[in-house]
Design a protein around this ligand. Structure first.
Ligand SMILES: [Zn+2]
Length: 140
């Protein structure tokens, strides 16, 4: 028996997403923001969804939001997750407006509630790639 395919796939940053991953490596949640109307965007795009401006710039987001929706995954779609089912797939609505697909960490699945406040928690996957996940927010 081989252990092939048991490592989790790691995102490969490209030119467009490099600022997002560079920020994550340094503990910053970076997102694009429209220079013309101020709307925030995630994931990466070429034009502002709100005003169609091509003038988007990278800016650090607060890293705060709330659980918008979630699902508990019981089926093993990839062998690397075999020991983690059921795991959560969570959609977080950020304070800035965009939603982000992620996982909640430092939280039992049974404690996840829609609307619960969360904050970003960076998880290092390799020397080159760190990804933002979210955990229950500390009392504010
Ligand atoms: Zn805009």
């Amino acid at each position: 028996m081989t252990t092939q395919h048991t490592q989790k796939p790691i995102p490969v940053p490209d030119e467009a997403s490099a600022p997002f991953f560079d920020g994550a490596k340094h503990g910053k949640l970076m997102m694009q923001r429209c220079k013309d109307c101020g709307a925030w965007h995630h994931p990466v795009r070429i034009y502002c969804d709100d005003c169609l401006s091509p003038h988007l710039a990278w800016q650090q987001a607060s890293g705060k939001g709330e659980v918008y929706n979630f699902a508990l995954m019981h089926y093993v779609y990839h062998p690397a997750w075999a020991n983690e089912v059921p795991y959560n797939l969570t959609v977080v609505k950020l304070e800035e407006g965009p939603v982000m697909e992620t996982n909640l960490v430092d939280c039992k699945n049974s404690d996840i509630k829609i609307g619960m406040p969360v904050e970003v928690a960076f998880v290092k996957l390799s020397d080159d790639v760190t990804v933002p996940k979210f955990r229950p927010a500390k009392k504010r």
